[in-house]
Ligand binder design. Structure first.
Ligand code: NAP
Length: 241
């Protein structure tokens, strides 16, 4: 019970890594709010987890949705202790000279603006709680550029940068802010990209699994990481070594 009674919001919690985080966090005693645009899957996970979990439908690019999520969380479980900004999208490789402006703006809105909104709207609640931990899910593409993925790379570098700026500002309130940078983790977002040839390029010779990232999320959400803030946690099987 490393997270007993901590109130935690996980965005994009209905599938992939988010769903794995939700289950591990709840298993450590947290009260978890799952948000996603995938209503059916999110509601099912919350039901399976019982009274310490709740699903709220949320589009992370929508400011009104963010206000609603924080209000409803406080009303149901109390002030927010932890926010996991996990929701994100990827798009297929595209040549820069043909890259659609619409796609660029969409990726930036979902992956980057959402993290700004999430931090902005949750901080007053964390101040009420006397501190907190914000875990921003970036990517290895927030450390090194991803081939033909200009928008994804831009958004994930931005998440890494905003994490550091927010950590500097929020430290005095006992709010820690860190980023996680996964390499290839097997989820619905990446399973079509992972193959035997690819994984031979990684020192550990395999892709990662969502539960391995969830262990890191639990650590950063818990008081075990009490002196970690403004840091980037790479979890990539050695790909970036
Ligand atoms: P995933 O399986 O696609 O899960 C992402 C979840 O976010 C989905 O349920 C998705 O719903 C939801 N979502 C998308 N747009 C949203 C919006 N506007 N509002 C609310 N929810 C929204 O992806 P994942 O692989 O678990 O990725 C989770 C995070 O890790 C993402 O930020 C991703 O960029 C990052 N990441 C993943 C990897 C990897 O190898 N998998 C590596 C590095 C970083 P829909 O299915 O409807 O889109």
């Amino acid at each position: 019970m490393r997270l007993k009674d901590k109130v935690i919001i996980v965005t994009g919690g209905a599938r992939g890594m988010g769903a794995s985080h939700v289950k591990k966090l709840a298993g450590e005693g947290a009260k978890v709010v799952i948000t996603d645009i995938l209503e059916e899957e999110g509601a099912r996970i919350a039901k399976d987890l019982g009274k310490n979990a709740m699903f709220i439908k949320q589009d992370v690019t929508d400011i009104a949705d963010w206000k609603h999520v924080v209000e409803k969380t406080e009303e149901t479980f109390g002030p927010v202790n932890v926010l996991v900004n996990n929701a994100g999208i990827d798009v297929p490789e595209q040549d820069l000279d043909n890259y659609s402006e619409e796609t660029y703006l969409k990726v930036i809105a979902v992956n980057q603006h959402s993290v700004f909104y999430g931090m902005k709207y949750v901080v007053p609640s964390m101040k009420k709680a006397g501190g907190g931990s914000i875990v921003n899910i970036s990517s290895l593409a927030g450390i090194i550029g991803a081939y033909k993925k200009i928008a994804y790379t831009a958004s994930k570098f931005a998440v890494r940068g905003m994490t550091k700026a927010a950590a500097k500002e929020l430290g005095e309130f006992g709010i820690r802010v860190n980023s996680i940078h996964p390499g290839f983790i097997r989820t619905p977002m990446t399973e079509h990209l992972i193959n035997d040839e690819l994984v031979q390029m990684f020192p550990l010779r395999r892709e990662g699994h969502p539960e391995e990232v969830s262990d890191l999320v639990v650590f950063l959400a818990s008081d075990e990481s009490s002196y970690c803030t403004g840091a980037e946690f790479v979890i990539d099987g050695g790909m970036n070594a």
